[in-house]
Design a protein around this ligand. Structure first.
Ligand SMILES: C[S@@+](CC[C@H](N)C(=O)[O-])C[C@H]1O[C@@H](n2cnc3c(N)ncnc32)[C@H](O)[C@@H]1O
Length: 212
């Protein structure tokens, strides 16, 4: 997807991916990462997800990366926090106590800028990207986070029935991206209630990725 695709989604408020509560799969499975309060959790392609609110409320520190300044203005407004904004290379760094968000292209985020992270939470990031970008994304994510343990949520459905995003990512594809880099465990494999976008039969998987 080109940046304009996402900018226009945010400008038109076509954000069906944005949940109205913290993701139940995060709440159920985050403990598998075994990271205590105070740990720094990275959310690539974070949007304004309420998962950030949940993580902060649990005492975690959060760092996000997001293309849309509109999304991040809304995130901080909804958190009720005024960030300071500074330029770091090609990105804008929004900072407030316990939260940093880098606004711009994820592929411009460097390891030194991101700093150390204790865990990664990918919900609707890998699945948001077309196939050609997913390889680059997975390699870049593993590199800048130094293969920090990761909770990854993916959809699976018959790709003939729905044109992404979200794209269908089955177990073979998760292994293709990550098997050489992490030890993989599938923690859950569930039917999406009512189907994807209320019509396409789909499953959701939760993966735990840990350095082998
Ligand atoms: C499907 S949404 C998911 C947002 C969030 N993870 C959630 O669960 O609500 C994908 C997000 O990725 C952002 N995005 C897409 N391409 C990006 C890129 N190259 N760099 C940073 N963010 C990007 C979009 O603006 C959008 O907010």
């Amino acid at each position: 997807m080109e940046p304009d695709f996402w900018h226009s989604k945010w400008e038109r408020n076509e954000i069906g991916f944005h949940g109205s509560d913290a993701n139940p799969l995060l709440v159920e499975h985050f403990g598998a990462l075994a990271r205590g309060p105070g740990s720094r959790i990275f959310l690539p392609l974070c949007g304004k997800t309420l998962d950030i609110h949940w993580l902060l409320a649990q005492g975690y520190r959060v760092v996000g990366a997001e293309l849309s300044p509109l999304a991040i203005a809304q995130l901080f407004a909804e958190l009720g926090v005024e960030p300071t904004v500074t330029r770091v290379g090609a990105l804008d760094h929004y900072a407030a106590p316990d939260i940093d968000v880098y606004v711009g292209d994820f592929f411009d985020l460097k390891r030194e800028t991101l700093g150390p992270v204790d865990a990664v939470y990918d919900r609707a990031a890998l699945v948001a990207l077309p196939n050609a970008m997913r390889h680059r994304y997975a390699a870049h994510l593993a590199d800048i986070t130094q293969r920090a343990p990761q909770l990854l949520i993916c959809f699976e459905y018959d790709p003939r029935q729905h044109e992404g995003p979200p794209f269908s990512i089955d177990a073979d594809e998760v292994r293709l991206h990550y098997e050489g880099r992490y030890h993989l465990t599938r923690l859950a494999h569930l039917d999406v209630e009512g189907g994807l976008k209320g019509k396409t039969p789909a499953k959701e998987s939760v993966w735990l990725l840990k350095m082998a």
